[in-house]
Design a protein around this ligand. Structure first.
Ligand code: BGC
Length: 759
């Protein structure tokens, strides 16, 4: 009996703990609030330095220290300047950019990413990581696509949740950003986005919603741009109605840096914590610029004059205190660790898993060009009957350029970064392969960010042994067994960079011509494109092997070598479509009104823009318009091949379960992502042919098979009904597609759904 009651007590405490803890901290919040003076309340809702807010020192309440985000913990800057503080203890491990993470299509990688990043944040004393970003890839020109998770709201939702859970499991807050509709950098401080409710709810909000309602994110960052005429850092509709009203968000809304634009709206429209710099230029020369932030003295004055009450203030303070209790006062916060072996291993694993093998055709010697060394099979001795490679020429600036510096606020000061050339050379040496290098083109002479710089001008002449470096390069190309071109973008201005969009879809610095010339010299050409977005690939039909590598972080060179040499079998899938030309992205079909915006007649000096393509973003448009992408959404090859066997089972409740057995047919281990898309056959409103509704990644040893289960749930197949303000699934026929990409469908199934049942 005694044992039973003890057990009961233990069980009760287990189940009641979360609720009572929550109630306890709410009590604590009320208690702290009741002891705070007006000045203290005002102090906690705005910054005290570039990246911190003060807490309540008199009551022993610590402040909040924030850091970018999203790919590593940013170097320390001066108290009130963007310039680096010049510490020696603030380097980090750079994890791959978020497009790479999305390309793994593996939520476990997101969790791994979040946990490891948070370990570094803990060690560096950070409470809030300004990450992750989930704005949708609407145009390949967006300068910040590399910080986001691609074009599909479902993929971004599934990938963002474990990232946040991983970070927050360590007592560090994630701050999901930039809420919302911040899908370009051009006019980012000025543009008012006009978008239908359907596109808002179906395309642009789902990942944020998942972050709030599934991951329970502790903070969210308002974006710079405008929506319905209001700035998004204090936007009634987005923050009050949707975020808090519809989704029940209980965390803190943080402004983007300098994104708060006025006091009255900042008071009433949902902002809790103002960060930024030299706000409005007003603070130049004053002793404490933070006192004149919109939520500082101007707010206090309105309260003191009796022009506004303190209800909103108390709510903001509650939200900030809740964030403090969850992070800087979290009793379970550990000490973390910085650049540990585990962090590097995680960075490398995510990087290799995100690399996408776009193409791997037979080349000159009638064998697939990759992997470079082929596989050795124990019984047959040689699996990939390749003529051994003895010499490799690596061409391209991105083989040597540091890829962790630049790009804006995501720029990092790393403890180490393995360049692609280093990674390839190290790996090639193991097989006795000689590696030559030629820079091929010069894009960047000097890389700079926050007064950290790398001088590349010396490197320029590396290949200039002879009179004409190009001739020398082509001579080497002809002489070597394989040529690996490593180019793409580089996070310099207009080349995947915050604040400025790309100017064109083409690759810069004459790379297309260079690739053509190299191909002519030696058709055994591998193109490795490093970018965080889609680029034009006019040579895609010719070049036999194409690899999409991203900004891969500290372990970039190792990860690229792992895949090129076959030590890791590629399994990444594209998180966006690579189209032939810019206008294949429908945002670019409506002139400047569609992108980047035209002067706003209602707001002088500002712009507005219409998302006229509505819900038809990326593959949703390509399917509808029957445009063939060069490489479709969800595409990615492997060094092995898979077979699929599909059947379905009827469930007792009338629903169906689809079972797919995936078989690894070859002699190397590998992973495949099975993707499920659904489309309504005869919709009453315009709908995409199909939309991603589920996916699973499966790892298989040679010859192994595993069975995956997909539950078909028509509740998830609806569209946003603007009149009803909710998702609605119409009765009718639906087609369910299973594929290894959005275009490579191996099984489709038509079914009727009616009144909550399907037949
Ligand atoms: C960026 C944010 C970033 C912040 C702080 C802003 O300019 O838009 O993403 O977190 O700066 O560096």
């Amino acid at each position: 009996m005694k044992h039973f009651s003890l057990l009961l007590a233990a069980l009760c405490s287990l189940f009641l703990a979360p609720c009572s803890l929550r109630a306890q901290s709410e009590q604590q919040i009320e208690d702290i609030l009741s002891r705070m003076t007006l000045d203290e309340k005002i102090a906690v809702i705005h910054a005290q330095s570039k990246f911190s807010s003060p807490g309540v020192p008199r009551l022993g309440i610590p402040g909040l220290w924030c850091s970018d985000g999203p790919h590593g913990v940013r170097a320390e800057v001066l108290w009130d300047e963007w310039n680096q503080a010049g510490w020696t203890s603030d380097s980090c491990v750079a994890f791959p950019a978020l497009t790479c993470l999305a390309a793994t299509w593996n939520p476990e990688m997101s969790r791994l990413y979040g946990e490891n990043l948070a370990e570094e944040a803990l060690y560096r004393g950070k409470n809030v990581m300004l990450a992750p970003g989930v704005n949708i890839f609407r145009t390949p020109l967006n300068g910040r696509n590399f910080e986001y998770m691609g074009e599909d709201p479902y993929l971004a939702s599934r990938m963002v949740v474990p990232y946040i859970q991983g970070v927050q499991s360590k007592g560090v807050a994630a701050c999901v950003k930039h809420f919302a509709l911040n899908n370009q950098e051009t006019y980012r401080h000025l543009v008012d986005v006009k978008v239908s409710d359907r596109a808002l709810y179906e395309i642009y909000l789902p990942a944020f919603k998942a972050a709030v309602t599934e991951a329970g994110v502790w903070s969210i960052m308002g974006s710079y741009n405008r929506y319905k005429g209001q700035y998004n850092c204090h936007n009634e509709y987005l923050l009050n109605d949707i975020l808090r009203g519809e989704w029940g968000f209980d965390g803190a809304v943080i402004s983007d840096w300098g994104g708060c634009q006025e006091t009255p709206q900042a008071i009433t429209n949902g902002l809790d914590l103002e960060f930024g710099t030299w706000t409005d230029g007003l603070t130049m020369g004053t002793t404490n610029s933070y006192d004149i932030y919109y939520l500082a003295n101007p707010y206090k004055k309105l309260i003191q004059e009796g022009k506004v009450g303190t209800e909103e203030l108390d709510n903001k303070v509650r939200n900030v205190l809740r964030l403090i209790l969850r992070t800087s006062m979290n009793p379970n916060r550990g000490f973390g660790s910085l650049h540990s072996d585990e962090h590097y291993a995680a960075a490398r694993k995510i990087a290799t898993e995100g690399i996408v093998l776009l193409k791997n055709d037979v080349a000159k010697d009638k064998q697939p060009l990759l992997p470079i060394v082929g596989y050795v099979d124990e019984e047959e001795k040689v699996f990939n009957h390749k003529k051994p490679v003895e010499t490799i020429l690596v061409v391209g600036e991105n083989a040597i350029l540091p890829m962790t510096i630049g790009g804006g606020s995501s720029s990092l000061k790393v403890q180490r970064e393995i360049s692609p050339l280093q990674g390839i050379s190290e790996r090639a040496a193991k097989d006795g392969i000689e590696v030559y290098y030629s820079r091929g083109y010069v894009g960047v002479e000097r890389l700079e960010q926050d007064n950290m710089s790398v001088d590349m001008s010396e490197e320029k002449y590396d290949y200039e042994n002879g009179e004409d470096p190009k001739e020398e390069m082509l001579f080497l190309a002809r002489a070597c067994d394989v040529v690996i071109f490593i180019g793409g973008l580089n996070k310099d201005g207009h080349q995947d960079c915050e604040g400025v969009d790309r100017k064109e879809y083409e690759l810069p610095y004459g790379q297309n011509e260079l690739i053509e010339a190299l191909y002519k010299a030696n058709p055994n050409l591998v193109v490795v494109n490093i970018s965080g977005t889609a680029v034009a690939m006019p040579w895609a039909k010719k070049v036999p092997a194409i690899v999409q590598a991203w900004y891969l972080g500290s372990e970039a060179g190792h990860a690229i070598a792992d895949v090129l040499f076959g030590d890791v079998n590629p399994s990444g899938k594209l998180p966006f479509s690579i189209m032939e030309k810019l206008t294949d992205y429908p945002a670019h079909q409506y002139g400047e009104l569609g992108y980047p915006g035209i002067p706003d007649p209602n707001a002088e000096g500002k712009f507005y823009e219409e998302y006229k393509e509505d819900i038809f973003v990326g593959y949703r448009y390509a399917d509808k318009a029957k445009v063939k992408p060069i490489f479709p959404f969800g595409h990615g090859l492997s060094y092995t091949s898979f077979a699929y066997f599909v059947w379905y089972e009827d469930n007792a409740d009338g629903t169906k379960t689809v079972k797919i057995t995936v078989v690894n047919e070859c002699k190397v281990a590998g992973s495949e992502v099975v993707q499920m898309y659904v489309g309504e056959d005869k919709p009453t409103v315009p709908r995409p042919v199909k939309e991603l509704k589920a996916f699973q990644k499966v790892y298989l040893e040679p010859g192994e098979s595993k069975t995956l289960t997909f539950t078909l749930d028509p509740k998830d197949w609806g569209y946003w009904d603007e009149d009803e303000h909710t998702f609605v699934t119409n009765p009718g026929y639906y087609t369910v597609y299973f594929g290894s990409s959005s275009r490579n469908i191996f099984w489709r199934y038509r079914r009727y759904y009616s009144l909550g049942k399907d037949y």
